[in-house]
Write a protein that binds this ligand. Structure first.
Ligand code: ADP
Ligand code: ZN
Ligand code: ZN
Length: 752
């Protein structure tokens, strides 16, 4: 053996690359490589960041083709074996390479070796003080445009990182120091590596609400759980599920001074409400012990928070689905709130279910996991029925006197037959109810799952409908933005004055979206302060937060919006909920549409009457006798779940079978369909596929998006193992079939 070999070793590295293999590199033993460490390696013409999966003494790759590791990230302690196993499991289950799972799960700053050196260096931020806000920019010479830019940048953000200031102007720091001397700006130093502050506040036991008997039973079951313990916390809206999470976390974190908790919520907009509740309850903890992780955080903050979790400093991590892949060395309990929410499913790249990965993680670590919902997914409900998950029930609202709202159906057919007037789709009874609430000073909420002004703009004379030039879809009319917008690809154009086909000037909007309802409400309920919350009205960062606080502050009488207003918010003064246009989902060809609709309607209904005001829900429908509405009116989730499960069993649908979807995107529909047919043919050579059913390749409902034609092929099996084995064996064959731009496999697809 040569001396050289003693100092050399080999590492197998996961890279964010579609080939599901590890890549071998030589590594200087002096770098002390270990699994879970981040390395910078040459790849093609570039250097990329990868993750060491294994350290070995040999490599199969011929020595002349082996390259060497360029550097290791010393600032980042290695990811644990448990975490690597999690990434490996997700990769196997969702049919990807481990690198495609592991690297996107890391904060951007870690994936750029050039930034490693500064990773944990204290960060300096400049913050504009009120005195500075008053003095700047008037105090600046008129021609000092660089200084004015700096002042404007300071005014636009809460705090400006020193690096950003430097990028604006080479002398920015000197200027900021001068301004600091004037008392105009303050300098904050954020040091992620500093030791935790001591825990000095006493817990404020006096303010804790007395638990209901049901809450007590649920809390004690979670607290006393041993090892892996999956719970389904089925609690009606307003039953105080959050209080149960808080108590369970408090007990577990007090019992073990290192323990970490992961709490998932389905939407970014729900994190502030949760964060406030957790900070108030765990006031004795250091500020950095409770952190959030979601895509709305600035890059630096996300990296800092990720580090706090990874190094064990963060005790409670509150986040959206991506947080399920956070590194948490002392993870001791996981909570998934609103576990039924489709937002837990990632819809691009690695199409994982955060809820399912949360359960897997809890099992891997032998810790409790609490799935909470008023309308659990049928998958989870079925697990309970089989005795795999333990059910905890909160059947009543927690606040004394707060009953579930009464649900009334407004039969639109009947209204029409009787010749009763309606205004722009708002029925007489709904308008009357809204006016009563306004008089009483109570709030109302109008729910409609369609944004924009109208889903179509059409010509009466020739039948033209405005469509997207890139997609096989109509474009949506947006009135305040004065635009036609494609909701599939983002294409935008001005609103034409006349029909481009026949010149008719009477082109008219067809159907209704939130903007049109907002407009109609303003005239139908005079004097009401109407606010719209949807993806359009909350595009700017932080604006959703501001709008929701207006509602909480009572500055709004009628809130109109999409599912953004339906989820989880604890509105105290809402006593009426109106539901428009729900019928369309009743007849969808997606078998999950009714489950989703039922959950949505239960959720939005649950916003009414939470604090003791009697709540009422009015649902406008043409199908007043539909079983789904009947179950809704009776608040009968269990009846709905059991009958829907029975239907699924008879029809051999999930959760009684396991599905996967192969999707193809081609330049023509023909290309996509041909690819899928060849793919189906390739299954004949796979033994495990004997237990898999293959359906016909079909175009997607919106077949063309951005000039790309999309089709899909469904495969399913009663055996998860057979399906998994088939998918694994299928991929090499799929790679040899040409003719499409892209293809992908989705396991457990939600949208069929
Ligand atoms: P859910 O998440 O089940 O819809 P929340 O956790 O938002 O319900 O609780 C609804 C309301 O009930 C909140 O305002 C909460 O503060 C209150 N609450 C919860 N538990 C109790 C209790 N034991 N006594 C009084 N109020 C409670
Ligand atoms: Zn026309
Ligand atoms: Zn489009």
């Amino acid at each position: 053996m040569r001396i050289d070999d003693l100092t050399r070793t080999y590492v197998r590295v996961a890279l964010d690359h579609p080939l599901p293999t590890l890549f071998d590199y030589r590594c200087d033993a002096a770098l002390l490589p270990a699994p879970g460490m981040l390395v910078s390696v040459p790849f093609g013409k570039r250097h990329v960041v990868g993750l060491i999966a294994e350290v070995t003494a040999h490599s199969e790759v011929p020595p002349d083709r082996l390259k060497s590791v360029a550097g290791v990230c010393a600032a980042c302690p290695p990811l644990s074996g448990h975490w690597l196993q999690l990434a490996q499991f997700a990769a196997d289950y969702y049919q990807r390479g481990i690198g495609e799972v592991a690297l996107p799960a890391l904060p951007q700053a870690l994936r750029d070796a050039a930034r490693w050196a500064r990773l944990l260096a204290p960060e300096e931020h400049y913050r504009l003080l009120p005195a500075g806000r008053a003095a700047l920019p008037d105090a600046l010479p008129a021609r000092a445009s660089a200084l004015r830019r700096l002042a404007a940048a300071l005014a636009a953000v809460e705090s400006l990182p020193a690096a950003d200031a430097r990028a604006l102007h080479p002398k920015a720091i000197a200027t900021l120091e001068a301004w600091q001397a004037e008392g105009w700006v303050a300098l904050d130093v954020i040091d992620s590596a500093a030791p935790l502050r001591s825990q000095h506040h006493a817990a404020q036991n006096s303010t804790l609400p007395t638990l209901t008997d049901e809450q007590t039973a649920a809390f004690e079951a979670i607290r006393d759980a041993q090892g892996f313990a999956p719970f389904l916390l089925h609690g009606v809206t307003g039953s105080g599920k959050t209080e149960v999470y808080l108590r369970a976390l408090a007990a577990l974190l007090a019992a073990n001074p290192q323990a970490q908790a992961l709490v998932l919520v389905p939407e970014i907009n729900l994190t502030p409400q949760f964060e406030a509740a957790f900070r108030a309850r765990f006031a004795s903890m250091d500020d950095t012990a409770i952190i959030t992780l979601h895509s709305g955080l600035a890059e630096g903050e996300r990296a800092r928070n990720w580090f706090a979790a990874h190094t064990g400093r963060a005790r409670i991590v509150l986040g959206t689905r991506l947080a399920v892949l956070a590194s948490l060395p002392h993870l001791s309990i996981i909570v998934v709130d609103e576990e039924h929410d489709p937002a837990y499913k990632q819809q691009e790249g690695l199409r994982y279910s955060a809820r399912d990965l949360a359960v897997w993680r809890a099992k891997q670590l032998g810790v409790p996991v609490v799935l909470g919902s008023a309308t659990p997914s049928l998958e989870s409900w079925w697990q309970v029925e089989q005795g795999r998950y333990k059910r905890l029930t909160l059947s009543r609202r927690a606040v004394a006197d707060a009953a579930l709202p009464s649900v009334r159906l407004i039969d639109l057919e009947d209204e029409r037959r009787r010749g009763r007037a309606s205004v722009e789709g708002l029925s007489g009874p709904l308008i009357a109810a809204l006016k009563t609430r306004l008089e009483r000073g109570e709030q109302s909420l109008v729910f409609l799952n369609r944004r924009g002004y109208a889903p179509q703009l059409a010509c009466d004379a020739c039948g033209w409908v405005a469509g997207c030039p890139r997609c096989s879809a109509y474009v949506v009319l947006h009135k305040p933005e004065r635009a036609l917008r494609c909701h599939h690809c983002g294409w935008e154009s001005r609103i034409p004055r006349s029909c481009p086909e026949c010149g008719n000037v009477d082109i008219a909007p067809l159907g209704r979206g939130t903007q049109r309802v907002e407009e109609a409400l303003a005239s139908a309920v005079p004097g009401a302060r109407v606010l719209r919350i949807d993806a359009d009205s909350t595009r700017r960062k932080g604006s959703a937060q501001a709008l929701f606080s207006d509602v909480h502050a009572g500055e709004i009488d009628i809130l109109v919006g999409t599912q953004m207003i339906a989820k989880g918010h604890d509105f105290r003064r809402v006593s009426l909920v109106g539901v428009l246009n729900a019928d369309t989902a009743l007849f969808s060809h997606d078998f999950r549409a009714s489950e989703r609709l039922f959950a949505q309607l239960m959720q939005v209904s649950g916003r009414a009457g939470r604090a003791g005001l009697p709540g009422e829900v009015l649902v406008q429908t043409r199908y007043a006798r539909h079983a789904l509405y009947h179950a809704l009116a009776c608040h009968d989730y269990i009846g709905f779940a059991n009958s829907t499960l029975a239907e699924r069993r008879d029809a051999h649908l999930p959760p009684f079978v396991y599905q996967a979807m192969l999707r193809a995107e081609g330049r023509t529909l023909d290309a996509s369909l041909t690819f899928l047919q060849q793919a189906a043919g390739a299954l004949a050579d796979i033994p495990a596929a004997a237990r898999v059913t293959v359906y016909d390749a079909v175009p997607l409902t919106i077949v063309k998006v951005m000039h790309v034609h999309r089709a899909q092929l469904l495969v399913e099996s009663a055996s998860r193992a057979a399906l998994q084995a088939t998918l694994r064996a299928w991929q090499p064959a799929l790679r040899t079939i040409k003719g499409v731009l892209r293809w992908s496999i989705e396991v457990d697809p939600l949208d069929i």
